[in-house]
Design a protein around this ligand. Structure first.
Ligand code: DGL
Length: 278
């Protein structure tokens, strides 16, 4: 087997959120090794200016590239929206995939009436990447976009549900999702989680938006994109054994392991997490 095929796939996010994509990738491609970097020292990215996000993103990606990867997955919507073309140019010919296009595809497919709400960080919403990607795929779509800044610290804190999380969600979303009595044919039927942190809050969000609303995110569709791209580039591992997983953070391994366990849905020990400076 060629040396390149044996290299890991590198993924990064500002924090723990990208682990939702990591989990989907591990399920889709169990023989692939994965190298994850959470830039927790600089979190959040979502409230920063685009130029700052591009600078942080280049540093995080460079560290993974230096360690040796066969593909880069930008497991952060904010970084994808701000920096995907820059990353592709900078690291060519390395395949670089983002999460916005796969997320938009998931929403465009899931919605029956084309009324889609996308929630994400302030920077992602302000840049308009999701709104444009959805309408490109589905020109009849009516997209409402809303920044939900506080969902990121809630998820990083591991607060997934309960009255406080639902209260915050209600404050952000209740004017968009009418209750049953006021619901119409044109009320949104799909909620797209345009931030990789948000799937952790899915149960609470479902309570708030109602059970008739489909909640989708980019994790599974991104994993399918990765599989297709690896195949097209002849980079699939193709071996028998399970992939090797490594976790890097730019700050506090204990905290990364604690919250990371919630995102991965399995225990993660601080000893499995290396702290790096980038
Ligand atoms: N997980 C990141 C995303 O998908 C955002 C978190 C942050 O604000 O740093 O956009």
């Amino acid at each position: 087997m060629s040396e390149a095929k044996q290299l890991p796939i590198g993924l990064f996010d500002s924090g723990m959120g990208g682990l939702t994509v990591f989990k989907a990738l591990a399920q889709e491609l169990p023989t692939e090794s994965l190298l994850y970097l959470g830039d927790t020292a600089r979190l959040p990215y979502g409230t920063k200016a685009p130029s700052t996000i591009v600078r942080y993103t280049l540093k995080a990606a460079q560290r993974l590239v230096d360690l040796g990867i066969k593909m880069l997955v930008v497991a952060c919507n904010t970084a994808t929206a701000a920096a995907l073309p820059t990353l592709r140019t900078h690291f060519a010919p390395l395949p670089v995939l983002g999460v916005v296009e796969p997320g938009a595809q998931a929403a465009a497919l899931a919605s029956r009436n084309g009324h889609i709400v996308v929630i994400a960080t302030e920077a992602t919403i302000a840049g308009g990447a999701y709104q444009q990607a959805i309408v490109r795929l589905r020109p009849d779509a009516v997209v409402i976009a809303r920044a939900c800044t506080l969902f990121v610290p809630l998820a990083e804190e591991g607060w997934m549900d309960g009255p406080l999380v639902e209260g915050v969600a209600r404050r952000y979303l209740e004017d968009i999702f009418p209750n049953q009595d006021r619901r119409q044919r044109t009320s949104p039927d799909t909620l797209l989680l345009g931030c990789t942190h948000f799937p952790l809050l899915q149960a609470a969000l479902q309570q708030v938006v109602g059970s008739h609303v489909r909640i989708v995110d980019s994790a599974a569709t991104t994993a399918q994109h990765v599989a297709r791209t690896l195949k097209a580039c002849d980079l699939l591992h193709g071996g028998q054994g399970a992939g090797v997983y490594k976790f890097l953070t730019t700050d506090n391994a204990t905290r990364f392991a604690r919250t990371g366990s919630l995102f991965l849905g399995r225990p993660l020990d601080a000893k499995e997490v290396a702290v790096v400076d980038i």
